[in-house]
Design a protein around this ligand. Structure first.
Ligand code: GUN
Length: 300
């Protein structure tokens, strides 16, 4: 069997089309230009690339974009003051502080200062709680992107067994909540799980979000399963030239694609969906802040 390759780029393009339409309607019908502020502290090259992409796509959607680049030496208090200013800014409907922040800053303090109404990452305790009990609000970007890919691929997910490998706040925990909402049976596995290959072999859906390059092998996958690889592991690739790197997922694509029914590539699978979902969340928060129902076609 050779798996269908799930094309995240093309699904993200469709989603961006809907987002641009909603941004246009918010403007023409309600005089609202959705605004997203992105804060980056320090010079991590990977984060710089992501943040540039996020800001560029915000503008392409006809939305208002602000980017704040603070030096590596910025204090926690400086970041908090900026977040508070953005909380009060009526032109801003979404605030994203790119993680990781430098070690001398406690990211938990930053996150807890973001107004939950503008929390497009769905990181604040209030947003996480809303997600868990199914209240309207932003949904964690990468998990939302995974869910959209799964629904596009499989339709109704009801009754399917999903195994989530990885228990991070960013992906593992929120995707579990979303899959439960979809009536999946969900198993959460992690680095301490015993006989991980046996557990993964039970899955109709595998979500690999463990952060270890090519850890999940083809012989861990049930025939025909759908595999969503969230891993983005940048590794040295001297064969491509001095200083070159390449991206690897958490799944061993070569062997897994012989067994799975469908699989996301890295890059080009989950990644493009994550940024599109951030923009979708900005439409959602701009709507909710203004007392409007968020569009249902941005949720999944
Ligand atoms: N760093 C890596 N992924 C993310 C994300 O989704 N949001 C933020 N704020 N930082 C990140």
């Amino acid at each position: 069997m050779t798996a269908k390759i799930i094309d995240g780029k093309s699904l993200a393009e469709g989603l961006r089309g809907r987002i641009a339409g909603h941004a246009q309607r918010l403007k023409s019908d309600h005089g609202i230009t959705p605004g997203l502020a992105i804060v980056i502290v320090g010079h991590d090259p990977g984060s710089q690339v992501y943040v540039a992409q996020k800001a560029k796509q915000t503008v392409e959607m006809g939305m208002h974009s602000e980017k704040y680049e603070l030096p590596e030496t910025a204090s926690e208090a400086e970041v908090l003051v900026l977040v508070q200013k953005l909380n009060a800014d009526r032109a801003i409907h979404g605030i994203l502080v790119q993680l990781p922040v430098p070690d001398h800053i406690d990211s938990r303090n930053i996150i807890q200062t973001i107004d939950p109404a503008k929390d497009v990452d769905c990181f604040t305790p209030a947003s996480v709680g809303k997600l868990a009990i199914g209240l309207p609000g932003p949904i964690s970007c990468t998990p939302l992107g995974c869910l959209m890919l799964l629904r596009d691929q499989l339709g109704d997910l009801s009754g399917l067994h999903a195994v989530v490998v990885g228990r991070s706040n960013l992906v593992g925990k929120p995707i579990t909540q979303l899959l439960l909402r979809e009536n999946c049976t969900v198993t959460m596995a992690h680095s301490r799980t015993r006989d991980l290959p046996f557990i993964v072999r039970q899955a109709d859906i595998v979500i690999a979000a463990v952060g270890r390059p090519e850890m999940i092998k083809g012989d861990w996958i049930k025939l025909g399963a759908t595999v969503i690889d969230v891993g983005i592991n940048r590794i040295d690739a001297p064969e491509r030239g001095p200083g070159k790197t390449r991206l690897l997922g958490d799944v061993d694509f070569a062997s897994a694609s012989q067994v799975a029914g469908a699989i996301t590539p890295v890059p080009g699978g989950v990644g493009p969906m994550t940024i599109a979902c951030l923009l979708a969340n900005t439409i959602t928060t701009a709507s909710l802040i203004n007392g409007l129902m968020p569009p249902s076609d941005l949720i999944a």
